[in-house]
Design a protein around this ligand. Structure first.
Ligand code: DC
Length: 220
């Protein structure tokens, strides 16, 4: 059976994962969050204190894998489920840095392609439409202004202890955008054949509905 592949790319905090989850539920596809793979490599490097020059050689021992449990993605380092551990600001920044290393991208490339070959997926990341799935059936570039993305993250975190300030979150977002867009290998950019969806003025339901409409128009 032909699998359907939907690529969603865009900057940090544009709502990709929440929106892609909503859309995948509606369409019955598997949602694949590729950022979690980069975060897990960053955790592996941080925990094992691996020096930059040793990263490439250490990757074959990393043993990163994705499992889908009750439809939800979990990411494993060996047999340890690290899905929650990778969601810290430190790992966000470390993932942005390690994702610029060509050997890291090459290591995760095949993992991502294999999942898309075997399943109908909505895969989100930075280079899915441009590099990982250049023949995806539908490509979306999801974005929102940096200020609005910082606003959303601040609201999300404001209930938690040690919440960073709005300005710290905005600075982080601007720094990560710059790193993700200016790296040499597979930088974040809109694929020529991707449809741009700007969610600055849209809520989650409106954003998901806009994407479902684009998908239905393309693949019927
Ligand atoms: O989507 P996220 O914030 O969880 O991603 C973490 C980092 O991983 C992000 O700074 C960029 C990188 N990344 C990437 O380079 N390519 C992808 N396909 C997904 C994420």
């Amino acid at each position: 059976m032909k699998t359907i592949n939907i690529a969603i790319d865009g900057p940090a905090g544009a709502g990709k994962s929440t929106i892609a989850k909503m859309v995948s539920k509606e369409l019955g596809y598997i949602y694949v969050d590729t950022g979690a793979l980069y975060r897990t490599i960053a955790l592996y490097i941080t925990e094992n204190d691996i020096a930059d020059e040793d990263i490439e050689a250490s990757l074959e021992k990393a043993d990163v894998s994705l499992k889908f449990i009750d439809g939800a993605q979990r990411v494993f380092l060996g047999d340890r489920d690290v899905s929650d551990l990778i969601r810290t600001p430190e790992i966000s920044m470390a993932a942005s840095r390690t994702s610029a290393i060509p050997a890291v991208r090459a290591y995760l490339f095949e993992t991502q392609q294999k999942i898309a070959r075997e399943n109908s997926v909505i895969m989100d990341g930075r280079d899915i439409g441009t590099v990982v799935l250049p023949n995806a059936d539908v490509k979306i570039f999801l974005t929102a202004s940096a200020e609005e993305r910082a606003n959303r993250r601040y609201k999300e975190l404001s209930e938690k202890p040690d919440c960073p300030t709005y300005q710290e979150i905005l600075d982080d977002i601007i720094k990560r955008d710059y790193q993700d867009m200016h790296r040499e290998t597979a930088p974040l950019k809109q694929a020529e054949d991707a449809v741009l969806v700007d969610t600055t003025e849209l809520n989650l339901e409106e954003s998901a509905a806009a994407i479902v409409k684009i998908i239905n128009e393309k693949i019927g």
